[in-house]
Ligand binder design. Sequence first.
Ligand SMILES: Cc1cc2nc3c(=O)[nH]c(=O)nc-3n(C[C@H](O)[C@H](O)[C@H](O)COP(=O)(O)OP(=O)(O)OC[C@H]3O[C@@H](n4cnc5c(N)ncnc54)[C@H](O)[C@@H]3O)c2cc1C
Length: 416
Amino acid sequence: MEILILGAGVIGLSSAYYLRRAGHHVTVVDRNAAVAHETSYGNGGQLSYSYVAPLAGPGVLSKLPGWLCRGDSPVRFRPSASLDQWRWCAEFVRACTQAQSDRTTRQLLALSFLSRTLMHQMVRDEPSLDFNYVRSGKLVLHRDAHAFDAATALLEFQRTLGCEQQAFDANACVKLEPSLEHLRDRLAGGIYTESEDTADCYRFCRSLEALLVERGVQFRLRTNIDALHRTADGRVVAQSGGKPLAADCIVLAAGAASPRLLKPLGIRAPIYPLKGYSLTIPTRATSIAPRLSVTDFSRKIVYARLGDRLRVAGMADLTGYSLTPDPRRLATLRKETAEMFPHAGDHSAAVEWTGLRPTTPRGTPILGPTPYPNLWLNVGHGALGFTLATGSAQLLADWIDGRDGQIDRGTFALHG
Ligand SMILES: Cc1cc2nc3c(=O)[nH]c(=O)nc-3n(C[C@H](O)[C@H](O)[C@H](O)COP(=O)(O)OP(=O)(O)OC[C@H]3O[C@@H](n4cnc5c(N)ncnc54)[C@H](O)[C@@H]3O)c2cc1C
């Protein structure tokens, strides 16, 4: 089949990889001059297979008032006149039950474990991919003793879900990650997960692009999709510059822009952008920077070493589609980083970035068919797009070819 993939972020490129492997003729279209120039560019670099619990959970509603009032809180909300924003918030609140949160976590773990297997396979099979991939392991740090006790109490339950984790006191954390030495007295402890990886998502995308070009995938960059139209025979055609783009099948992977393209087709995708921030700090040979992936639990900030850089990411602003950074958010991220890893590198040379996480209220992506026989969705991966990219793409390729795939087709279905 001739397959058109709309969007050259990590989701579109991973889709292209598995669809090309399945023997299809694939063309990837993107409005930017280069691949991965939107949300897949500067993300946290976490391949976070065991930490997939959604933001929507029973504990969140009581924390929200505090978060929303404090300027330096991890989550921020600015009400707007947008009906989509209010509808998203209402669905988010409805998803904040224990039962829904548990269901979402199980669904996401199934997808993340599949993604981990596929990522390991891809790294093995494709030696040309060069993207600072490290099986780093992750240490989630707790400063608050109650929060650490609660996390420790969950370990047994986590094991039943397939996540092997260990609780370490402050001394053991420092032994594992010596760059935390100066925090020894302020740490309650940490949860260590050996099976987590880190990598540079942008470099992954660039490497994958090169590999796909070698394998005959066509790229049409600087090509804006103006609209998706329904044809008289009930199919969908993608329109660019007033002209239709020929294809037997279309995969929409346009990240946060996807709902706007779907709306005229009568499809409501409950995806809203959650703006996040990152800093990329150049390290030096003498730097005291973490080797492990580190998460500061209370601040919801992640730290990943990407070769000779330290990537720091966090914050979630429900403030619309603008990418304009809020200087106060960046100042908070800089301050936290300077406290956490003061000698990690040249903080003054940190590169600042913002991106829009394409987030669904429940936290699950939308994968699979639409009411239109030739239109498929691979969208809404929120804070986990890099982590879930391989599994989502492989499942979609299976389903497009009529194979069952390793996860039930209804799990991530539109309106599922
Ligand atoms: C601060 C931050 C930290 C994060 N950290 C992590 C992390 O550590 N681990 C993790 O797994 N995930 C993380 N994420 C989430 C992850 O980055 C996203 O889920 C992922 O990048 C989404 O990929 P995508 O391909 O769907 O979207 P995008 O990367 O945005 O790609 C969509 C593409 O579609 C194109 N497009 C859109 N509309 C059109 C149009 N009309 N015509 C043509 N082209 C179009 C865009 O140009 C873009 O290239 C983070 C996100 C943020 C913001």
